[in-house]
Structures are given as C-alpha cells and as structure tokens.
Design a protein around this ligand. Sequence first.
Ligand SMILES: Nc1ncnc2c1ncn2[C@@H]1O[C@H](COP(=O)(O)OP(=O)(O)OP(=O)(O)O)[C@@H](O)[C@H]1O
Length: 283
Amino acid sequence: MKNVAFIINPFSAKKNYKPFVRLLKEKVKDANFFISESFESTDQFINQNFDTIDIFVAVGGDGTISSVAKKLINTDKILGIFPAGSGNGFSNETNFTKNLEELLLKINNKNFREIDTFKVNNHLSINVSGTGFDGKVVKEFEKTKRGFANYIKVSLQTFFKYKPIQLQFSAKEYEQYNGNYLMLNVANTRQFGNNAYIAPHASTVDGLLEVVLVKKFPIWHAPLFGIRMFTKGLKENDYLTYISVPEIEFTVNTQDWHLDGEYTEIHSPIHIKVLPKSLKILI
Ligand SMILES: Nc1ncnc2c1ncn2[C@@H]1O[C@H](COP(=O)(O)OP(=O)(O)OP(=O)(O)O)[C@@H](O)[C@H]1O
C-alpha cells in the first residue's frame, strides 16, 4: 500500500492508539504511519511527504482530522479517516467507521468526493464551530479529565452562571438577528459529535453553512432541547434560529470559540466563509 500515510494522534480517545498500530502492522505490510506528538509535527510530516503521498489518513478525533485537512484543502490529496476521538462528529457524518478492513478497501478503491469546509477568520473548520456557551464549556471541559460525565457536569455548571453573548451582524439583511444569545454555532455537517445533531438539515455539499442561533432558554426547556438534538428533531422556535449562508460577518463580545471542539481564542470582527468543494475525502 504505497502512497498512503497514517497520521496517528496518540492523545485522542484516551490514548488507545497502540491496538490500532498493532492491527495496522498486521494488515498492511510496511505500513507508513506517523505518531504525531503535536500540531507542528503533523504539519512537518505532511510537508515532507506531500509529493509522494496521495492519501493522508487521520487517526483521531475531529481536532486531529482538522489538523490534517488544513494541509490538504484545495490540493489533489485525499483525506481518509480512522475515527479515534471521543465525539467523532465529522467521521460519523462522512461515513467512516472503526472497521480497518473497510477503510483499507476504500483506500484501495481510491474513490473520493469533494466537500465544503469553512473559515472563521483565518482558522479552518470542517465540522461545527461556535462561540458563547459551548465555547466556554469546551474551555472548562479541557481543564477536566474529559469523559461524558465531566461534559454534562461542566455544561450544567456553565449554564447557570453564563451571561448571554451579544451579537451584531454587519449586513443590513441580518440586523434583525442582532441581540443576546446563549450561543452561536456554524455547522458544515449536522452534528457536534456523539450524534448530537445541532443542524439536522446541514449538508457538506450545498455550498452553504448553517448559522445556528440559540437564545438562553429556561432550564425546563433543556431536556426538550437535548432530546430533539439527539433525535435530529431540532427546528426553529422562539429559542432557535437557523440562517443558511455562504458567508456572514458579525461582532461578538467574547473571544471564547471552539473550532471543531477545540478551544480557540478568536477576536471580533468575525468573518465566516464557506470554502465550497475544498476537501477531497475518501468514499
Ligand atoms: N495532529 C495532532 N497531533 C498531535 N496532537 C493533536 C493533533 N490534533 C489534535 N491534537 C490534540 O489532541 C487532543 C485530542 O484531539 P482530538 O480532537 O482529535 O480528539 P478528541 O477530542 O478525543 O475527539 P473529538 O474531537 O472527536 O471529540 C486535543 O487536545 C488536541 O489539541
């Protein structure tokens, strides 16, 4: 299996990458794999191997996939994924499973499709990124030992003390949405991860992004919001607005963002722009 490289993030999903490496060595003779200790080493590895590799396979969660995808945008290189994160939002939405045999078949066939990605100022996002409540949750969550229980705990703690963010859109046509919100998310795919569908009608091939505006709701509404989110049932109501756009500009009075689940500080003004069909992905 020439022209294929596996980039493995040893920090994803409780560091259980060793069984993957064992299996890979078993199934692929002279497998070309790289264990990435940092974002920089992923960058370096891709730069050094760019000319000889056709398919780069990211082994990790959405953060890892994004760190690999960043280098492949608008090139002829193809992204493959072995999901090994905690949420796996992007890989769920692009039909990658934890079945290595299946992935190797896809690699052999080398079929791909082109999907959209997007930018938040100069940062790339492939899945769902946002600011406000969930930006803050990700920031606090990264200080814990992670895991679903910690996620729920941090979410509840943050919900009670969280002051809504203020949004102000630049274009006249969106001024009607200016105001205070619990959070703003931008969705390229339908889900955050763990099958939490924040934008059930989003598509990676429509050249559009779904801007999801959520107003602070009373706590009794939270279980309903949760149930709808996990059953692909979220739709517009008093607390929820969707705007489908190729690009949009606004200011927000916080710098706490998450990009595909990774905490990132981003300063306003914010410019969000879809990059249509910018990423080739194995099918
Ligand atoms: N290419 C990379 N090399 C080394 N470390 C990385 C790389 N990409 C991301 N990381 C770091 O590894 C950690 C886990 O990343 P990742 O998002 O892939 O997994 P996860 O959080 O378990 O999964 P998910 O995003 O699906 O919930 C993050 O803290 C991130 O900063």
